[in-house]
Design a protein around this ligand. Structure first.
Ligand code: SF4
Length: 353
């Protein structure tokens, strides 16, 4: 089929049906950039409040470039995939140094910035600058696979390359941003990822090959992902005098630079737990099991058991890099990743916060 035939009905549908979203109300390159980075791996509904808060705290690229890392991580707390915001700050600093604080407008220049891949470069350049570049993410791969009845595996990089090239050939030069957004919007609200596509509501149904052939629901073809590694962990809530021990994670690796409760690999028995806590220079007085929890990262799953341990006293120095804070301080000033949310909620409840 000729993909250019979808442009007119899609744009007309989008003009009528585009959702009202904070980043669409006032379109600037910076706002498009922040929203697109937040929307990677996070639902639109969840992003709205984060976006507004972020924009209030850091309204300009210069503010993002200058922001203290602790504040930045706190603003991102709960969104996950923290490398996204760290890369955004690195990019903001480059933009300040190299482009006088203005995001560059070409796809190629955007692509050189940390954390900006082909999809984000396509989005920013088309939506904010009107450059005719496609923005192909999982939504668009699904929608176009269905419209064209393509059985190509969308996990294969070459499928994305081909689809990007196909869309490059048809993207309207007078309104590329609306075209890209209309495809994303169709994927988010009609030709959805989970459950059957709502073809009866779809503006391109008369053109859709997947619908015509009755195979839309079986598309796209996607090879199964490798199983994630399961890591059992015991999370320690070490308490003394209304204070709790936290520590900063290493500067690289999973959840780099964020604050966490100390934890142990596996599920040690009581004797091993006592020994491990003593190794941190602490004397356990009382131990009680807390809830189990699970957190899924891209390649790893943490299967956690919680343990609340009251210790005898807080040593003046410790070898385990522990910092003792009140639960209120922890909530106020420390970025704790959502992996630990059940234990943070427990502290909230226990301390009436
Ligand atoms: Fe998706 Fe159905 Fe529309 Fe085709 S007709 S694009 S399968 S919602």
């Amino acid at each position: 089929m000729n993909l250019s035939s979808i442009i007119k009905p899609l744009l007309a549908w989008f003009a009528e049906n585009a959702r009202v979203l904070p980043w669409r109300e006032q379109v600037t390159p910076y706002r498009v950039w922040v929203s697109e980075i937040m929307l990677q791996q996070t639902r639109v509904e969840a992003v709205k409040a984060y976006f507004l808060r972020f924009m209030e705290a850091l309204p300009e690229i210069a503010d993002l470039a200058a922001c203290d890392e602790e504040q930045l991580l706190k603003l991102w707390e709960g969104l996950g995939y923290y490398s996204r915001v760290k890369n955004m700050q690195k990019a903001a600093r480059i933009v300040m140094a190299k482009y006088a604080g203005q995001l560059p407008r070409t796809y190629e220049q955007l692509l050189e910035l940390p954390g900006i891949g082909p999809y984000t470069a396509g989005s920013i350049s088309s939506i904010a600058f009107g450059e005719p570049n496609p923005a192909v993410d999982g939504n668009v791969l699904r929608v176009i696979s269905r419209i064209t009845a393509s059985r190509a595996d969308i996990s294969a990089p070459k499928t994305k390359v081909k689809m990007t090239a196909d869309l490059s050939g048809v993207i309207p030069h007078d309104n590329p941003g609306a075209f890209n957004q209309s495809l994303m919007e169709l994927g988010a609200t009609v030709c959805k990822p989970n459950g059957p596509p709502e073809c009866m509501q779809c503006p391109v149904k008369p053109l859709c090959q997947g619908y015509a052939q009755g195979i839309a629901q079986t598309l796209p073809v996607k090879s199964p992902k490798k199983a994630r590694k399961v890591e059992p962990r015991t999370i320690l809530l070490l308490m003394r005098d209304e204070k709790i021990a936290v520590r900063k994670r290493p500067a690289t690796g999973i959840l780099a630079g964020l604050w966490e409760f100390p934890s142990l690999e596996g599920y040690p028995d009581d004797a091993d737990l006592v020994a491990a806590v003593r190794q941190m220079g602490l004397e356990p007085l009382h131990m009680a099991g807390l809830m189990d929890a699970k957190h899924i990262f891209t390649h790893v799953e943490w299967h956690m058991k919680g343990m609340r341990i009251t210790v005898e006293d807080i040593p003046a120095q410790n070898d385990a890099d522990l910092v003792w804070v009140s639960p209120a301080q922890l909530l106020e000033s420390y970025a704790v990743p959502s992996a630990f949310r059940p234990y943070v909620s427990y502290l909230r409840e226990q301390h009436g916060l």
